[in-house]
Design a protein around this ligand. Sequence first.
Ligand code: FRU
Length: 439
Amino acid sequence: MSSHLFLKPPTGWLNDPNGFIYYNGEYHLFYQHFPFAPVWGRMHWGHAVSSDLVTWEHLPIALYPSKDYDCDGIFSGSAIDIDGKLYLYYTGVKYTPADPDNINIPNGTSNTPCQCLITSDNGYDFDNINNKCKVIDTYTDDTIGNPYEARDPKVWFENGKYYMCLGSSYKYTEGVLLVYSSTNALDWELTCRIQDSRLGNILECPDIFNVNDRWILVASPMGIAKDTDYYEHQSVIQMIDWDADAGSLNLIGESRFLDYGMDIYAPQSTVDESGQRLLVAWLRMPIPVQNDCGVEHPNRGASWIGMMTSPRVITCKEGHVYTAIHPNVYSYFNNNDCATSINIDGIPATKVDDNIYLKHHLNNGDSLNVYGFIIGLEDGTVSTDRSMLLPNDSNIHTSSSSPYVGSECDIEVIMNNNIVEVYINGGQYVITNAIYRRQ
Ligand code: FRU
């Protein structure tokens, strides 16, 4: 079974991308997964592989709860190739306690998290019984890390050492970023700790990397946007100063949103075959509670929810971080025998499988109707409106807008029936929205 371009789970629930890596000539993408129903619950790692970042083959669930310390969930984490072996770091969770009426979720918000490792010789076989170990225990001192909120290890190798960053919280008031180092990838030592309101009230899924000689933190601080609960947690791009030798890290200036559609979250980056930094993120798909404009929830009675964005290449030019369409996505649309030419609102577009690509130039005042998804340029900002493709519901925002881009801009749209991605000026800004389109 395969998914094209936008990975979705074969069944059940999908959230964050995990363990994203180019390993042994293939891309492996794991994800937060509850396989039994399209709701969040006791987490597993779903698994898919691809040779080109576009066609994803689903594989059996890779990681599942098997130890006392991860009996209630395999939370997010990352992958690294060490001497040909795949090392997967994740957060093991034990609920304290579980909800007696639904043992797949915690009672209240209390988890006991610790950081764990499982290794695999080939990226396909995962011995959940014999190959797991704990590498960082649950915190007991909340001036370091929150005993209930510390998670999402992202590991990288730099100058002969391994580094791991984690998200946490100081008493639920400020987000905390923890960076560890290790010489053997097993014993980890705390290198630095940043507590800052720019990291929200709990920091999730931090990811640190260098592109074009700039250090960047992409992370998901909770509670940074003042909106309904659903949208308060947003992913950001934050420039940083990171000095591995000195073990020092500083946040530089203000952060900005990774995406202006407010629907994506928990991105994870990796390096592709040709050395480019790229990321994918989880598309949070709202579940409409009413159906007052003829749009039905497509998964009603169906069995899945949650998708990945398409892969985006990250570059930094003149201090601005771009997230652009990956070259393999262009090849998928342009060099594909199955591609057909279609017309949308008078504009030529390309369709492959269920996916559509179009490119257009907008001048101030222009707007475009893409199957009911409206994209316009007004007063120098790109704005979108999905109200025809989602029922009105006070918990779901229908319009989005980019920062100021000027009196004209180029847009590229990639979409299928459940997602629209609008890339502005080659990835200067992106607006991604979940939609529920019936054909
Ligand atoms: C982000 C997140 C992570 C956590 C995972 C649990 O969406 O909350 O912090 O590891 O999802 O599914």
